[in-house]
Ligand binder design. Structure first.
Ligand code: MF3
Ligand code: CO
Ligand code: CO
Length: 265
């Protein structure tokens, strides 16, 4: 069952999502080469709790940290670790989920650390464009399958592949609710979107092949072929008015800062 949020619930979703996106803004201005992913976790944890929110990942099905930090060939769910440093040329995705007044808000960005190889820059840029192109088709009456179709087409046109084992999801009082939002698929298939639905779109795009592998820690997902992988995530509300959607986790800062062009170390 896909639950439809009331006006009051939507307002609370806006609040938690604003904290999540401003946490990413905060990280973006502090992340630099030489830091560990544990340092990023500490920055995020302290920021989120300073806003009187709670980091949803902490102890979620046993996840040991407050955010996911996924570097280079790590696709998602990387565990912050003092031994893992970020260096010039790396890409680092930080996935922030906040719990505030009983609602979750979920967003992630991939940051470039200093100067990154052109093909990697392109991977990050195309991944962002895949997410934004998918968001653009969200409106009442569109089908959930349309999201995956748009993402897949754009990724393949650029010679990249789409991870299929992990997907977007409904979100609200629960971190992960129905429906599943696949990042591949066929136009016109799947459930019709309705006003008041809230879900994430969070494509994971690989430079090489689509296949992934789970590490022994039970969380870290890496590409099977070792190629690098990028991801962006927004939490979206389907609306009756306007263009049919509202991006609840949009940065209140300069919009271009979402592109993963920072930080320059
Ligand atoms: N934030 C991730 C998502 O986008 C989920 C992380 S689950 C965790 O759905 F346990 F690893 F934190
Ligand atoms: Co998510
Ligand atoms: Co997330």
């Amino acid at each position: 069952m896909i639950n439809i949020k009331s006006e009051r619930e939507i307002d609370l979703m806006r609040e938690t999502c604003r904290i999540a996106s401003s946490c990413l803004d905060h990280l973006e201005s502090h992340i630099q080469a030489g830091m560990s992913t544990e340092d990023i976790n500490t920055l995020a944890h302290d920021y989120i709790t300073s806003q009187e929110a709670w980091p949803s990942p902490l102890n979620y099905h046993g996840f040991p940290k407050s955010v996911c930090t996924s570097k280079n060939e790590v696709i998602c769910h990387g565990i912050p670790d003092p031994k893992v440093k970020i260096e010039e040329g790396d890409i680092i995705n930080v996935d922030v989920t906040t719990y505030y007044k009983k609602f979750h808000g979920d967003t992630n960005r991939t940051f470039l650390v200093g100067k990154v190889l052109p093909e990697i820059q392109k991977l990050v840029e195309v991944t962002y464009q895949c997410m934004m192109a998918a968001i653009a088709i969200v409106r009442p009456g569109a089908h959930l399958g349309d999201i995956g179709a748009v993402i897949q087409e754009m990724a393949h046109d650029n010679g990249f592949s789409v991870v299929e084992e992990y997907c977007g999801h409904g979100i609200g009082r629960e971190f992960h609710e129905a429906p599943q939002i696949l990042h591949y698929g066929k136009k016109g298939t799947g459930t019709e979107m309705k006003p008041g639905m809230t879900f994430t779109i969070e494509p994971m795009i690989n430079l090489g092949k689509k296949h992934c592998r789970l590490l022994d820690d039970g969380w870290t997902v890496v590409t099977k072929d070792g190629s690098w992988s990028a991801q962006f995530e927004h939490t979206i509300l389907v609306t009756e008015s306007g263009n049919g959607h509202e991006i609840l986790t949009l940065s209140s800062q300069n919009h271009s800062k979402e592109h993963g062009h920072g930080p320059i170390s």
